[in-house]
Design a protein. Structure first.
Length: 284
């Protein structure tokens, strides 16, 4: 994998990398994470073939890390907000991966093409309380699905917040230290400006030996990335709250219309839904 050249870093909204991606772009760290998740004990990081689509972000897609090992293709992504649409996003991404891996002319061959089997994993460390692990399926998005879906894609999400999946954190020390760093940034941000919170978290981690080598070498870049990520996380949470509210409003409007069709008065509908009579009139 070609190493990225160091550039002057500023915290702006066009920043592409994340701390998670930069940390696990190191093959040794990535192999350690893979071993911890899969219960393997590989030591040769050259066994990893990195196949991340570097231009995916410009194509409206995003994936932090993609690699092949033992004829299996793994897509790893970090998320700080809950997103049930990950299966659909990964469907678009894996299609592009396979297009890159396969010679299109061979699609018309009579010989069966062999593909690396895909595996989709999301590492979640958002503020919303979530279980240690869960699975989202593409079929959950289908309307009027009957029987087994003809196209399925499953995404496993692993909670990497501090005190979650402790065994995994112990088996992959770097992941555990990353969780500690994120926790320190968030705790500091409760009482400090974001810039100060991040800088002090970086300095404290270096002093305590948490991601120390990584933070020393990449201090300025990590600070810039962390500030950008935290801002982005706050924005995504606000947008998510808006979308959830919009969904609740759509349901309420639908219920109001149904009740009105059944002959209920505007006054009673307003009481049932906890809205004003003026709002109910506007919906109807």
């Amino acid at each position: 994998m070609t190493k990225r050249k160091n550039k002057k870093v500023t915290a702006n909204r066009n920043y592409k990398d994340t701390v998670f991606r930069k940390l696990f772009s190191d093959r040794r760290n990535l192999l350690s994470l893979y071993n911890a998740i899969n219960g393997t004990a590989y030591t040769d990081e050259t066994k990893l073939e990195i196949v991340t689509l570097e231009n995916a972000i410009y194509m409206g897609m995003k994936n932090d890390l993609a690699f092949i090992i033992d004829t299996n293709l793994f897509l790893y992504e970090h998320q700080s907000t809950y997103n049930p649409n990950m299966p659909l996003r990964d469907l678009f991404y894996i299609s592009s991966e396979y297009q890159k891996l396969v010679d299109r002319k061979s699609l018309y061959s009579s010989i069966l093409l062999k593909l690396p089997a895909p595996n989709f994993i999301v590492f979640y460390n958002g503020k919303r309380k979530m279980p240690d692990r869960w699975t989202n399926c593409l079929s959950e998005s289908y309307e009027n699905q009957q029987g087994d879906p003809n196209l399925e894609l499953k995404v496993v999400t692993i909670n990497i917040n501090r005190d979650c999946n402790r065994k995994l954190m112990e088996q992959c020390r770097i992941l555990g230290e990353y969780a500690q760093y994120v926790e320190k940034v968030r705790k500091n941000a409760e009482t400090m400006s974001l810039d100060t919170a991040v800088k002090e978290a970086v300095d404290e981690c270096i002093q305590k030996g948490i991601l120390a080598d990584f933070l020393r070498v990449n201090r300025a870049e990590v600070i810039a990335m962390s500030i950008f990520e935290y801002d982005k996380e706050e924005e995504e949470q606000k947008l998510q709250a808006i979308y959830e509210r919009q969904g609740e409003l759509r349901k309420a409007k639908s219920i109001a219309i149904s009740l009105a069709q059944e002959g209920e008065s505007i006054e009673r509908i307003a009481r049932i839904l906890g809205e004003t009579e003026k709002t109910i009139k506007e919906w109807l």
